[in-house]
Ligand binder design. Structure first.
Ligand code: 5GP
Ligand code: MN
Length: 336
């Protein structure tokens, strides 16, 4: 699978033939899935298409300034509208995820839909049978970078504008931890240069994402680092876990604990970090690693998850205590 002219022509033809187009984002939406979906929806709206962007659950508050975000349909709030938008579409896009199950409560609609399906994504192991056309590039920093490359090399280039560029920039900036990882290719920076020429303001955009914390986000980080961080120096591992009660003290809004996993990984000598958060009937887990530790495989094998080599996620249906025990047991066998 590559970004050859033929695939771009196929995409142009699929879009030309479609009127109702729905863009799907993954569960616990981040800036890459939202940014890429809103950017492509902006292009499609300029073309006069009937476009909907659907999310399984509410996007985090720190993305509420993104152009187009108010038009997103959220399954947790508007289940019927989301189901209809997916099932009645002529063309569906999977933005920044590799298989329908990554949309949780939107999966059924995706499976029921007879629309043509296009994948634009940078996760490993796409579900090939589901899609009619795939742009699957696991080496790309982000889906936003990939989307820009597609748009810039297609007849959609004329629709690029500052709003599209900003939404794309946010996805690249956040998926690379402000250009710290997954961005060792000059092409990422060449694309960013084009985004700046389209009008992106780097400082303003960085500030609105990273210097716009709620007090609750800072306080939960404080609790995590002071009281909840467990470090296993011999195993080069660290993790933080939060119970439902601990999170509810801070309001447990979407995105409350986003980024906290990276603090474990920032400790000298640590190569594996995890963050456990108790959500409803399950424990959501984020994994991050340095160097050669493959957290994608670790999450797949042990916690029904996946993601990338150095950043992945998973879940557990054990209690928080038993999930911690399971994780500590796995850590005790590490030979990093
Ligand atoms: P995060 O820890 O930020 O939620 O996720 C890190 C990466 O792992 C993201 O690329 C995300 O898409 C992926 N990821 C998170 N949770 C899951 C999961 O349950 N299954 C799979 N396959 N990927 C996940
Ligand atoms: Mn991504």
């Amino acid at each position: 699978m590559n970004l050859d002219k033929k695939n771009i022509q196929k995409l142009e033809a699929l879009i030309a033939d479609a009127n109702k187009i729905t863009l799907c984002t993954h569960q616990s939406p981040d800036a890459d899935t939202i940014g890429s979906a809103l950017a492509l929806s902006n292009v499609l709206l300029q073309m006069g298409k009937q476009v909907k962007v659907v999310c399984p659950n509410t996007p985090p508050d720190f993305l509420d300034w993104m152009v187009g975000i108010d038009s997103i349909l959220v399954h947790d709030k508007e289940g019927k509208e989301v189901y209809n938008a997916v099932v009645e579409a002529d063309l569906l896009f999977a933005m920044d995820f590799n298989a329908p199950h990554r949309t949780a409560n939107v999966e059924k609609a995706m499976l029921d839909s007879s629309a043509k399906k296009v994948l634009i994504d940078h996760h490993l192991f796409p579900e090939e049978n589901y899609f009619d056309l795939m742009f699957s590039f696991p080496k790309k920093s982000s889906t936003c970078e990939l989307l820009f490359e597609i748009l810039d090399n297609s007849n959609f280039k004329k629709y690029l504008n500052v709003d599209i560029a900003t939404n794309i920039f946010v996805g690249i900036m956040t998926d690379t931890g402000s250009f710290a990882y997954s961005c060792n290719e000059p092409s990422t920076f060449e694309i960013v240069a084009k985004l700046i020429r389209l009008g992106v303001n780097v400082k303003e955009t960085h500030d609105i994402i990273f210097n716009n914390n709620t007090i609750e986000r800072l306080r939960v980080l404080g609790l995590g680092i002071n009281d909840k961080l467990k470090v296993f120096p011999d195993k080069k591992a660290a993790y933080i876990s939060f119970s439902k009660e601990e999170l509810s003290q801070f309001g447990d809004s979407e995105g409350l604990t986003e980024g906290i996993v990276n603090y474990g990984l920032s400790i000298k000598g640590i190569c594996f970090a995890a963050l456990l958060t108790e959500k409803g009937d399950k424990i959501k887990i984020s994994f991050r690693s340095k160097k050669e530790f493959n957290v994608n495989a670790f999450a797949r094998e042990n916690f029904e998850g996946g993601g990338h080599f150095n950043a992945a996620g998973g879940k557990s249906f054990l209690s928080l205590k038993d999930t911690e025990k399971k994780l500590e047991n796995l850590i005790s066998n590490f030979k990093i």
